[in-house]
Write a protein that binds this ligand. Structure first.
Ligand code: NAD
Ligand code: GLY
Length: 360
C-alpha cells in the first residue's frame, strides 16, 4: 500500500502501514546501507521482534547495535538517555549512524530524543509496536524524557526519517494496551472527522478483535489526520494543541493516581468524557453528541468514570499542566462533533461541574 506522507518541506517523511513490514528489508535499504544502526528497544519487545528487525537491517546492509532499556514509563529518564548515548559511543557510532526505535511510546520518545542530541543530532526511524505509538507518538517529532518535576519536561522536536507501523505486531499487545491506543484513535475522530467517528462506531468490535484490515484502516486514518495537523503547526504554536483533547483532565488523573496506575489512554478516555461534558455545558456541543462521545468510549471498553480525587486536587493538578498559559488553563473543546477549538476563558463553575459529572 502507498505510504502516507508527513509534509514538512525537507523534513517530510513517509509512514508505512501494513502487516509484516518489520522484516521488509526494502523499507530499510534507503536509510541504513553501510551505517551503524542503533536499535533501541526494551526487555519486553526485543525478545518478540528484535531478531526480525536485525535480520532485515543487516540484509539491507546496516550494522546493528542493539540497545535494550528497561520497560515502563520510569525508563523515560536521564539515566536511560545516558545508557543509550553511552552504548552508541562505545560502539563507535558516528554522525552518519541511524537510530531505530523499536517499541511503544516510551522507547520512541527516548530513542528519538537520543537521536536529537547524539553528536548534535542524527536521523532516526520509528518502528512503533503499540497501537498508541502507531497512531500518535511515532508521528510528529515530539521526543522527550520526564523530569522529577513533570512529564516530558526535557525534550526536542526531531522528526523521524520514516515511520514503519506493522499492525501484525499488535497481535501480542495486551488487551488493556490495545484499548488505551484506541482512545487516541477515537480522539482523532472526535476532533477532526465525524465520518471516522461513524466508522469507529460500526467497526469497534473488529478493532477489539484485532482484525488486521480494520486496524490498518484505523491506523491509517489516524495518521492521516495527525499528519495534517503536524504539517500545519509542527511546533504547536496553535492548531496542534487540539491533539490534546481530553489531555488536560487526563494528565490530572494520571498524575493524581500515580503514573502507571492508569494508562495514558485510559486517563485520556475519561478526560474526553469530561471535555465533551464541558463542551456541552459551554454551549458548543449538543447534549446528544456529548452522549455519543461517552458511548463510543464505553464501546471500546475504556473507563468513562473518573477516579476518586477531590475537586481541589483535580483543579490543582490541572494548573500544573504544561498547557496552562499565562496562569489560565486552556481547554480543548468540541465545536460540534468532528471539530475542536481552544478556550482559555471558561467559567470555573463549568469546569467543576463537568469534572463532577464524570467523576465518581
Ligand atoms: P509503552 O511504550 O510503555 O508500551 C506499553 C507496554 O506495551 C510496555 O510494557 C511495552 O513493553 C509493551 N509493548 C509494546 N509493544 C508491544 C507488543 N507489540 N507486544 C507486547 N507488548 C508490547 O506505552 P505507550 O502507550 O506505547 O506509550 C506511552 C508513552 O508515549 C508515554 O511516555 C507518553 O508520554 C508517550 N507519548 C508521546 C507522544 C509524542 O507525541 N511523542 C504522544 C503520546 C504519548
Ligand atoms: N500527542 C500530541 C502531539 O503530538 O502533539
Amino acid at each position: 500500500m502507498q505510504p502516507l506522507s508527513v509534509t514538512l518541506g525537507d523534513r517530510s517523511y513517509p509512514i508505512h502501514i501494513g502487516a509484516g513490514l518489520l522484516g521488509d528489508e526494502k523499507l530499510y535499504a534507503q536509510y541504513v546501507t553501510s551505517k551503524y544502526v542503533a536499535v533501541v528497544s526494551n526487555r519486553t519487545v526485543a525478545p518478540l521482534y528484535l531478531e526480525i528487525v536485525r535480520r532485515a537491517i543487516e540484509r539491507a546492509g546496516g550494522r546493528v547495535v542493539p540497545i535494550l532499556i528497561d520497560d515502563g514509563e520510569q525508563a523515560k529518564a536521564w539515566a536511560t538517555l545516558d545508557q543509550v548515548v553511552d552504548a552508541m559511543l562505545a560502539a563507535r557510532c558516528g554522525r552518519d549512524s541511524v537510530v531505530v526505535a523499536l517499541g511503544g511510546g516510551v522507547v520512541g520518545d527516548i530513542a528519538g530524543f537520543a537521536a536529537a542530541v547524539y553528536q548534535r543530532g542524527i536521523p532516526y526511524i520509528q518502528l512503533p509496536t503499540t497501537l498508541l505509538a502507531q497512531v500518535d507518538s511515532s508521528v510528529g517529532g515530539k521526543t522527550a524524557i520526564n523530569h522529577s518535576r513533570g512529564k516530558n519536561m526535557v525534550g526536542a522536536f526531531h522528526q523521524p526519517m520514516a515511520v514503519i507501523a506493522d499492525v501484525g505486531v499488535l497481535d501480542s499487545l495486551p488487551d488493556r494496551e490495545l484499548r488505551a491506543g484506541i482512545a487516541e484513535v477515537i480522539k482523532h475522530g472526535f476532533i477532526l472527522d465525524l465520518q471516522f467517528v461513524a466508522w469507529l462506531e460500526a467497526n469497534m468490535g473488529k478493532l477489539l478483535a484485532r482484525d488486521r484490515a480494520a486496524l490498518s484502516h484505523a491506523v491509517r486514518r489516524s495518521c492521516e489526520l495527525k499528519a495534517q495537523v503536524v504539517a500545519a503547526d509542527e511546533r504547536e504554536t496553535g492548531l496542534r494543541a487540539i491533539l490534546n483533547f481530553g489531555h488536560t483532565f487526563g494528565h490530572a488523573i494520571e498524575a493524581g493516581m500515580g503514573y502507571g496506575e492508569w494508562l495514558h489512554g485510559e486517563a485520556v478516555a475519561i478526560g474526553m468524557v469530561m471535555a465533551a461534558e464541558l463542551s456541552a455545558r459551554a454551549g458548543s456541543l449538543r447534549r446528544q453528541d456529548a452522549d455519543r462521545v461517552k458511548a463510543l468510549i464505553a464501546q471500546a471498553g475504556l473507563p468513562v468514570q473518573g477516579p476518586k480525587l477531590s475537586m481541589d486536587r483535580y483543579l490543582e493538578l490541572m494548573q500544573v499542566d504544561k498547557k496552562a498559559a499565562g496562569g489560565k488553563v486552556r481547554f480543548i473543546l468540541l465545536d460540534g462533533l468532528g471539530h475542536a477549538m481552544q478556550r482559555g476563558d471558561l467559567d470555573a463553575r463549568l469546569i467543576r461541574e463537568s469534572i463532577a459529572a464524570a467523576a465518581q
